[in-house]
Design a binder for this molecule. Sequence first.
Ligand code: NDP
Length: 248
Amino acid sequence: MIEAGRVAVVTGGGRGIGRAIAARLAREGANVAISYRSNDGAAEETAALVREAGVECGIFKGDVSSAEDVEAVFKGVSETFGRLDILVNNAGLTRDNIMLRMKEDEFDEVLRTNLKGTYLCTRAVLRSMVRARWGRIVNISSVVGLVGNAGQANYAASKAGIIGFTKSVAREVAQRGITANVVAPGYVETELTGVLSEEIKQQIRDQIPAGRIGEPEEIAGAVAFLAGEEAGYVTGQTLAVDGGMVMQ
Ligand code: NDP
């Protein structure tokens, strides 16, 4: 459980895995702020789900890859809630291409959003967590960051980068009551993976010991544990939630 009154920020909380995380943290007792980039309707739907749990929700529009936007989002969170205890860096995107064809802007956009976005949002919260001597940072990577994936060199680099980033931050703030951990989902049914053909999805299922694609709520369960009061002695770890696809 999460102590009543704590405030969580979930980036990319409008849709998909981020929505499930926001709803789950709300059910655990946290007030939740979500950030998103452009889809206002989806963000409003997440906010309604969060409020159903009887907690407060704030929605903040901003691009995580822009330092100005991130500053504005976290200023808004601070003015609305007055504190910030939990950060879930979930916003992310793919721009797939094989290396022989990958354009510089496809590489840059993915690194800017997934990795630099994680850095900018972490930077925005860390000082107040240090002051409070309590904090939980959960960064969403991917099993692709652990084992690579043909056609996703940019995405795999960003997701592997998140793991190294998280371990470094975890070491820096471990004595301040702050943990930083990674959840690495396998394949999860969302709009991000909705573009895959049924044939590709079947090929993916064949590689998963559990024999099925994951649900956003299953990722949210792992995040809730790492964000909770009882996970204070877990830091710098990467938890794959992937039906056994990648066993380390
Ligand atoms: P979706 O595409 O369904 O949702 C992405 C969310 O991130 C949206 O709310 C979107 O905002 C937001 N977002 C995207 N870019 C930005 C940005 N630059 N600034 C702010 N918000 C942004 O993705 P998923 O839910 O599937 O993925 C969530 C996370 O999980 C990602 O980090 C992804 O890499 C990771 N992941 C997903 C897997 C999967 O199989 N689905 C597997 C492994 C990891 P808006 O709604 O406004 O567009």
